[in-house]
Design a protein around this ligand. Structure first.
Ligand SMILES: [Zn+2]
Length: 339
């Protein structure tokens, strides 16, 4: 009897350990529980394609971010990548870090605990491990850059995706660029693990709002257009898990596409410095809610029931305002089910 009991307890212990290992093995996204300034509300800015030592209106965009953050009481900031032009950072001591980040986004209202950054293709031209290094937090404690992270605030979760390794061209036709693929090779394994981890994290997230942030476009009327490698490999996972928003940079513009096919709202915030005036492809006007070919940034405020999006230009004017209500949509869906 005693032996049986011991065996049973041993089996329970082993099963428990295996489930724990399973959880640990699948939970690859570094998770941050975000405290919010206002209870029940997460507020943040998104800026992309910015690091040019203040040039190309980077300083003016930063100045407006500071002024508007004063009133908006934001919790955090996201960067959609291409953080340091033209070729990322040379190392953790590269002065570009101060010249393009700390000295530029210097307003008191922008001194938030975290600036969460993903990597862009230009960041991969430099020392990627330097941008990912915690040593940069010794220089400026706001900086956090990672290939995979998730920010949780109960009702909303934001997941990062490292999109550069998806793009075939960077491997098959790199032109004059040298990419730092440390940590990415073998590429096939890296991508399949990333997709598996993201799928798992999204599937088991209980957040009411799910947002994914990456550098490259999935839907865009801008210069680069849709990134076909992401449309093929990433979009099906985003659709299957019914995410609300995908937010990216890469195209140097501000853009909002309501995609009829996927039901996902696509936002491009890539106007942190140099913009590409007049560089636009045709897009169905029913879906294209905003295309602005100048500099600026985006603000997001999420509560349990609403998401409010605004795009600002370099003068602080609101270019586009858009809201979504979850409760309304839920009730409409519910009503339709019974009619
Ligand atoms: Zn880019």
């Amino acid at each position: 009897m005693q032996l049986f009991s011991f065996r049973r307890q041993f089996m329970i212990l082993i099963t428990g350990c295996l489930s724990l290992i399973c959880l640990v093995a699948k939970a690859e996204f570094q998770r941050f529980q975000q405290q919010t300034n206002e209870p029940g509300s997460l507020s943040f800015f998104v800026v992309g394609d910015w690091g040019r030592r203040g040039l190309y209106n980077q300083s003016q965009v930063a100045n407006q971010m500071g002024l508007i953050a004063d009133k908006a009481n934001i919790d955090i900031v996201f960067s959609t990548g291409d953080n340091f032009y033209d070729d990322g950072l040379k190392g953790v001591d590269d002065p570009a870090f101060n010249e393009s980040f700390s000295n530029i986004y210097s307003a008191q209202s922008l001194q938030k605990p975290y600036w969460f950054s993903v990597l862009g293709n230009h960041d991969y031209h430099g020392d990627v491990l330097a941008q990912l290094s915690p040593a940069l937090r010794q220089i400026d404690s706001r900086w956090f850059c990672s290939r995979s992270f998730r920010i949780s605030a109960d009702f909303v979760e934001v997941f990062s995706v490292d999109t550069t390794p998806f793009v075939d061209d960077y491997f098959t036709n790199p032109k004059e660029h040298v990419y730092d693929w440390r940590g990415v090779l073998p590429r096939k394994d890296y991508l399949s693990k990333l997709l598996k981890d993201l799928d798992y994290a999204l599937k088991y997230s209980s957040a009411k709002w799910k947002i994914v942030v990456g550098h490259h476009t999935i839907r865009s009327a801008g210069h680069h257009g849709n990134t076909t490698d992401l449309v093929t490999h990433l979009l099906p996972i985003l659709k299957a898990n019914r995410i609300d928003f995908y937010i990216n940079g890469h195209d140097h513009c501000l853009e909002h596409i309501s995609d009829a096919d996927s039901k996902i709202e696509f936002f491009t915030s890539g106007g942190g410095s140099k913009a590409w005036r007049g560089d636009i492809k045709w897009w169905d006007p029913k879906e294209l809610k905003l295309y602005y070919d100048g500099q600026g940034f985006m603000s997001v405020k999420i509560t349990k029931s609403t998401a409010d999006i605004k795009f600002y230009d370099v003068f602080g004017n609101v270019l586009h305002r858009w809201s979504k209500s979850k409760e309304l949509i839920d009730s409409v869906t519910h009503k339709n089910t019974y009619t």
